[in-house]
Write a new protein. Structure first.
Ligand SMILES: [Cu+2]
Length: 220
C-alpha cells in the first residue's frame, strides 16, 4: 500500500514537471521579439526610421495617438501608425498653427487653431504623409501609415524592438526613412523573429532646416 501511494505521487510529480517543461518551451513560441538596428553607410545610428513587418493578417487600427506641435516643431518627428488609426494634433504652443499635408496618402488641412481645440484625422491609406504648417515654413514632420500590426520607429541609438512575433518565423521587414534614397524611401530585408537584424541605409542630407528638431545639425 505504502509503495503504491509513493509511486502515484511520483507519477503526479512527473506529470507536473512535464507540464512545467511544456510551458517553458511554449512561452517563447507565443511571442518573440525582433531587434532591428538601422545605421547609415558610415555605421552611424539612424533614428526616426520606421520598421514594419508583413504580418499577413488584417491590420488593426491602434488607439488614438498624438502628433504634438511644441516649440514650433512636430513631436515626434516621425509617427508610425497602423492603417485606420486616429491621430490628434494638439497645439501646445502659445500661438496658432495651421497644419496641412499635400501627400497623396492623405491631403488635409487643419485651419488656424490653438488652445484646447481638438483636431483629429483618421488615416485610411498606407504611405508617407509629410506635414507642414502654413504659418511656420520650417516646420516639417511625417506620419507613416503601415498596413501591418508589427512596427515601430528607431530611437536615438537606431534601434527598435518589434514584439508579438512567432518565434523563429521568417518575416519580410521594411525600413522607411524620410531621407532614404529612392522613390519609395524604403528598403526590405528578410529577418527571423527571436533574432536581431541590421539595416544599413543610404541617406540624403535634408535641405530643409527644422528648428527644435532632431533632424537639425546632421542628426538623422
Ligand atoms: Cu505653425
Amino acid at each position: 500500500m505504502v509503495r503504491q501511494a509513493t509511486s502515484s505521487l511520483t507519477i503526479l510529480a512527473l506529470a507536473a514537471a512535464a507540464s512545467m517543461a511544456t510551458l517553458v518551451i511554449a512561452a517563447p513560441a507565443i511571442s518573440a521579439d525582433l531587434t532591428v538596428t538601422v545605421t547609415d553607410k558610415d555605421g552611424a545610428p539612424v533614428s526616426n526610421a520606421v520598421v514594419f513587418l508583413d504580418s499577413g493578417s488584417p491590420t488593426e487600427p491602434g488607439t488614438t495617438v498624438k502628433m504634438v506641435q511644441r516649440n514650433q516643431s512636430f513631436n515626434p518627428d516621425v509617427l508610425a501608425i497602423a492603417l485606420g488609426t486616429r491621430v490628434q494634433f494638439p497645439n501646445e504652443d502659445p500661438f496658432r498653427h495651421h497644419v496641412y499635408s499635400f501627400s497623396p496618402a492623405k491631403r488635409f488641412e487643419l485651419k488656424l487653431y490653438g488652445g484646447d481645440d481638438i483636431q483629429e484625422v483618421v488615416f485610411n491609406q498606407a504611405g508617407e504623409i509629410a506635414l507642414g504648417c502654413n504659418i511656420h515654413d520650417d516646420m516639417l514632420g511625417y506620419i507613416y501609415v503601415v498596413e501591418s500590426n508589427y512596427f515601430g520607429t528607431t530611437d536615438e541609438n537606431g534601434t527598435v524592438v518589434v514584439s508579438g512575433l512567432a518565434d523563429a518565423q521568417p518575416y519580410d521587414a521594411q525600413v522607411w526613412h524620410p531621407r532614404l534614397r529612392g522613390p519609395t524611401r524604403r528598403t526590405s530585408q528578410s529577418v527571423t523573429a527571436g533574432q536581431s537584424a541590421k539595416f544599413e541605409i543610404g541617406l540624403k542630407r535634408d535641405r530643409r532646416k527644422q528648428s527644435g528638431s532632431d533632424f537639425e545639425g546632421g542628426v538623422y
